[in-house]
Ligand binder design. Structure first.
Ligand code: MN3
Length: 204
């Protein structure tokens, strides 16, 4: 059975960029609901409920057809939110990548401001509900991409290292239609040390 991971900070820790009520509802209702529906769907294939969610999403096409859509939607919802919570931290002024994050962004995007501009434009171009990602290809190249609904980059053979939820439930209480302000705030909240840790783990 899959279970809801605790946040690595309090619900109000991301104020004023992301408000406490949004964080509480997002974690205890939305994320919990993906987990509940995933567990429910896997009652017909209980052996799959013991696997790692990343492995299931990476091998989606090989799963039994009766659980594929549930793993894609609810399993994706679970994995995507797990990464999202991890790469956030309380707001930092002048929050810039460090270590391997800084090195690889400079290598693959010219500079940080180019990366931020591309990422922001991609976030604004998501039609409907979805996610924006910084992910690594098989050969380690960083790329920005978007996915619809709860689709995971893992299913396309990419390893996500940074995630931004652009479903309206992630920002509507505070930002309403102003997605650009939410995306701008996100850049103050990115835990670049954590992103670097994920990049280091991907090297192995
Ligand atoms: Mn969400």
């Amino acid at each position: 059975m899959f279970t809801l991971p605790e946040l690595p900070y309090k619900y109000d820790a991301l104020e004023p960029m992301i408000d406490e009520e949004t964080m509480r509802i997002h974690h205890t209702k939305h994320h919990q609901s993906y987990i509940d529906k995933l567990n429910q769907a896997l009652t017909v294939k209980p052996d799959l409920a013991t696997k790692n969610i990343e492995d299931l999403l990476s091998n989606l096409q090989d799963l039994p057809s009766e659980v594929q859509l549930a793993v894609r939607n609810h399993g994706g919802g679970h994995a995507n939110h797990c990464l999202f919570w991890q790469i956030l931290q309380p707001s930092q002024d002048n929050n810039l990548p460090t270590g391997i994050s800084a090195d690889l962004i400079a290598r693959d995007f010219v500079d940080f401001s180019t990366f931020k501009k591309d990422f922001t434009e991609t976030a604004l171009s998501v039609f409907g509900s979805g996610w924006v990602w910084l992910a690594q290809t098989q050969n380690g190249q960083l790329k920005i991409l978007k996915t619809s609904n709860q689709d995971s980059p893992l299913t396309d053979g990419l390893k996500p290292v940074l995630a931004l939820d652009v479903w309206e439930h992630a920002y509507y209480l505070k930002y309403q239609n102003r997605r650009i302000d939410y995306v701008d705030s996100f850049f103050n909240l990115i835990n670049w040390q954590k992103v670097s840790q994920i990049l280091d783990e991907n090297k192995n």
